[in-house]
Write a protein that binds this ligand. Structure first.
Ligand SMILES: Cc1ncc(C[n+]2csc(CCOP(=O)(O)OP(=O)(O)O)c2C)c(N)n1
Length: 353
């Protein structure tokens, strides 16, 4: 049976910084040179974190790691728009966003090393721990937003997830709740085109993810997710709207340049040609071109920033490896209180060690 013709509607796509590093000045958000330099530093730091974490994992010194490569603009851009009072609710690919919103490099490295202290937020950091189960963080985000609204706090919640994260019911429940109660929440979907090996076309039949917002009565906008200015600008506006009772779903169109995780081999399911095409749209390289044109960056300064970021990461690795976790934490923190079966397992573990 043929499908009934679906009414046409527009989904706006925001693009400010071209792959060649040229910005549309009319659309440029208000950002100081210092802000732009800091956004760049955070992107470089994320890339350096990836580099080190993957190397450590290959040496057996780190657990499974989720790389950010290629998605730095859609990870850092929205998070940079948060104010201190706003909440960040990450998924698992947002190490850089968590650092941008108050987590230390050391604790993030601890997290990926399997140390429970990596989920212990610094005082005042409004960040939830990494959520590995896909989309389970979204109802939490809506719940926090509801709490903020009830407390009459002028703060908003920003929740990240991937294109695959739009399929579980949790996504629907969170979006629906946000629309019905006009919650101060911004949903940031990083559409990196794959959920592990599953391409986005097999995930959803809708042309865009942004348009899903329409069905929930909230705002939907699509941005070039490799363009840090577009990602920042859309998020800045969405956070302001959220505080006035208008939630937004932002779809960042981006691409995962690396493997899904260190346990994946993306060569088995995607074409190298596709990866090469996306490499031309690299989010870090295009910001570098923009900054170089404005004399904000040159080869020597770039080298200096990379070196500094690597030094921060090396120091964090040293700190993590010199204070390993108590292996029994795995039993202690699964539930608020250990049940009988966990107590038994912990006892068995103690006898074996
Ligand atoms: C509830 C649940 N089911 C399955 C998995 C296994 N899994 C881990 S990541 C992933 C795909 C997620 O894809 P997407 O949401 O697009 O995010 P991306 O990894 O591309 O950033 C799946 C199925 C999981 N973590 N949680």
């Amino acid at each position: 049976m043929p499908l009934t013709k679906i009414a046409e509607f527009d989904v706006k796509k925001l693009e400010i910084l071209s792959p060649e590093g040229k910005a549309d000045e009319k659309l440029m958000p208000r950002l100081s040179k210092k802000d732009i330099a800091e956004m760049y530093r955070l992107m470089v730091l994320s890339r350096a974190f990836d580099e080190k974490a993957i190397a450590l994992q290959r040496q057996g010194r780190l657990g499974t790691y989720v790389p950010q490569l290629g998605q730095e603009a859609s990870i850092i851009g929205p998070a940079y728009a948060l104010s201190k009072k706003d909440w960040l609710v990450p998924s698992f690919r947002e190490t850089g966003a968590m650092i941008a919103h108050g987590c230390s490099v050391e604790m993030m490295m601890r997290y990926w090393a399997g140390d429970e202290r990596g989920s212990l937020m610094p005082k005042g950091a409004r960040v939830l721990p990494v959520a590995i189960p896909v989309s389970t963080q979204l109802p939490h985000a809506a719940g926090i937003a509801w709490g903020m609204k009830k407390l009459k706090e002028r703060s908003a919640v920003m929740a990240y997830f991937g294109d695959g994260g739009t399929s579980p019911g949790d996504f629907h429940e969170a979006m629906n709740l946000a629309g019905v109660f006009r919650l101060p929440v911004v949903f940031v979907c990083q559409n990196n085109h794959y959920a592990i090996s599953l391409p986005v076309e097999r995930q959803t039949a809708s042309k865009t993810i942004a348009q899903k917002a329409i069905g929930y009565g909230i705002q939907g906008v699509q941005v070039d997710g490799n363009d840090i200015f577009a990602a920042y600008s859309a998020a800045k506006k969405a956070l302001e709207d959220a505080k006035n009772g208008i939630p937004t779903l932002i779809e960042c169109l981006t691409y995962r340049m690396g493997d899904h995780t260190t346990s994946d081999d993306s060569k088995r399911y995607r074409d190298e040609k596709e990866v090469k095409e996306w490499a031309k749209k690299d989010p870090v390289a295009r910001l570098e071109k923009y900054m170089a044109d404005r004399k904000m960056l040159n080869a020597a300064l770039k080298e200096k920033i990379i070196k500094k970021c690597r030094a921060i990461i090396e120091k964090a690795v040293g700190d993590v490896e010199s204070s390993p976790p108590d292996a029994e934490d795995i039993f202690r923190y699964t539930y608020a209180e250990m049940d009988e079966s966990l107590k038994e397992q912990a006892e068995g573990f103690r006898r074996r060690v």
